[in-house]
Design a binder for this molecule. Structure first.
Ligand SMILES: NC(=O)c1ccc[n+]([C@@H]2O[C@H](COP(=O)([O-])OP(=O)(O)OC[C@H]3O[C@@H](n4cnc5c(N)ncnc54)[C@H](OP(=O)(O)O)[C@@H]3O)[C@@H](O)[C@H]2O)c1
Length: 267
C-alpha cells in the first residue's frame, strides 16, 4: 500500500472531519489533491474545500476516488448514509469517527462483509497532536489497517480499546481537552489576579503543560514522584498542593469523569 499517495475521502465534512483534514495537510501526510470531501450544503462545502485546496465531490465520486473513506456525519446520520452508499462502500476501508457507533452497530446497519473500524478522535488532530481511540474489534484487512495507521498515525497516537472500553477511551481523549482548557484558563486567572498580563500567562502555561507532559512520558516516573520532587518541605509548592486538596481538586476531576460517563449512558 502506497501510504504517501493514499487518497482520503471525508463523507461529511463538519468540525471533526475538517480538523482531521487540517492535521493531514499540516503534517503533509496527504496532499490536498488527494483529499476529497462531501457534505449537504454545497456553498459551505465549496468554501471549506477551496480554502484548503482539496476536492469537493459528490458522495459517489468521493467513494470511487478514495482509498479510505472517513464517515464524518453525526452519529444519528450514520445509518442512513452507510445504507445509502452500502454498495459503493463494499470494498473500501471505512474509518468511522461517529461517537457511540461501534463495530456491532455497523454490522447491524450493513451486515457482514464490509470493512470498517470505529474510532473517536480528539480535536488536537488538527495540529497533528491528536489521539484516535479505536475499537480493537474491526473488520479491516491487514493491508487496510496498515493504511489507516500509516496515514492517520501521522496526526494522532492511535490507541485500541475493547468495545466495552471504547466510550471511556473517548472520554479520556475527547472530553479531557475541555477540562485541560478550563485548568489553563484558571491558572491564567490566578496569575492575572497577582499582576501578570493575560498574554504572558497564556505564553507560559501551554509550554509548562507540554513540558510537564513530555517529562512525565520520557522520565517514566509516577506523576506523584514528579510532584514530590518540586515540593520542598515547608515550601511554596506544597502550600499550593494543600490548597488544591482542600478544595477537592482530585475529586472534582474524578467526579467530572463520573458525570460524563453517566451522561453517555443516557444517550
Ligand atoms: N466535534 C468533536 O469534537 C468530535 C469528537 C469526536 C467525534 N466526533 C464525531 O464526529 C462526527 C461529526 O461531528 P461534527 O462535530 O464534525 O459534526 P458537524 O460539524 O455537524 O458535521 C457533520 C457533517 O456531516 C455532513 N452530512 C450530514 N448528512 C450528510 C449526508 N447525507 N451526506 C453527506 N454529508 C452529510 C454535514 O453536512 P452539512 O453541514 O452540509 O449538513 C456536515 O459536514 C460525529 O459523528 C461525532 O460524534 C466529533
Amino acid at each position: 500500500m502506497d501510504i504517501k499517495n493514499a487518497k482520503v475521502g471525508f463523507l461529511g465534512f463538519g468540525n471533526m472531519a475538517s480538523a482531521i483534514c487540517d492535521g493531514l495537510l499540516l503534517k503533509k501526510a496527504v496532499g490536498p489533491a488527494n483529499i476529497y470531501a462531501c457534505a449537504r450544503d454545497q456553498n459551505k462545502l465549496q468554501a471549506n474545500c477551496k480554502s484548503r485546496g482539496i476536492n469537493a465531490a459528490s458522495a459517489d465520486e468521493l467513494i470511487r476516488a478514495s482509498d479510505i473513506v472517513v464517515i464524518g456525519v453525526l452519529p444519528q446520520q450514520v445509518e442512513g448514509v452507510v445504507k445509502e452508499y452500502a454498495a459503493a462502500l463494499r470494498d473500501k476501508p471505512i474509518f468511522s469517527i461517529a461517537a457511540g457507533i461501534g463495530y456491532a452497530r455497523y454490522v447491524s446497519y450493513l451486515g457482514e462483509g464490509w470493512h470498517h473500524i470505529s474510532t473517536i478522535p480528539n480535536t488536537p488532530v488538527a495540529v497533528g497532536e491528536g489521539i484516535i481511540v479505536a475499537e480493537d474489534t474491526h473488520s479491516l484487512t491487514a493491508e487496510q489497517l496498515e493504511l489507516f495507521e500509516g496515514v492517520f498515525g501521522q496526526i494522532a497516537k492511535i490507541e485500541y480499546f475493547s468495545p466495552e472500553l471504547l466510550s471511556l477511551g473517548g472520554t479520556g481523549a475527547g472530553c479531557s481537552p475541555a477540562f485541560v482548557d478550563v485548568f489553563m484558563e484558571a491558572l491564567a486567572d490566578g496569575l492575572v489576579k497577582h499582576g501578570m498580563t493575560r498574554a504572558k500567562a497564556y505564553s507560559i502555561i501551554p509550554q509548562m503543560m507540554i513540558g510537564t507532559a513530555t517529562y512525565f512520558m520520557k522520565s517514566g516516573q509516577h506523576p506523584g514522584a514528579l510532584k514530590d520532587a518540586v515540593c520542598t518541605p515547608g515550601g511554596t509548592t506544597i502550600a499550593g498542593i494543600s490548597a488544591l486538596e482542600e478544595k477537592g481538586f482530585r475529586h472534582s476531576v474524578i467526579y467530572a469523569i463520573d458525570k460524563v460517563m453517566a451522561k453517555k449512558k443516557t444517550l
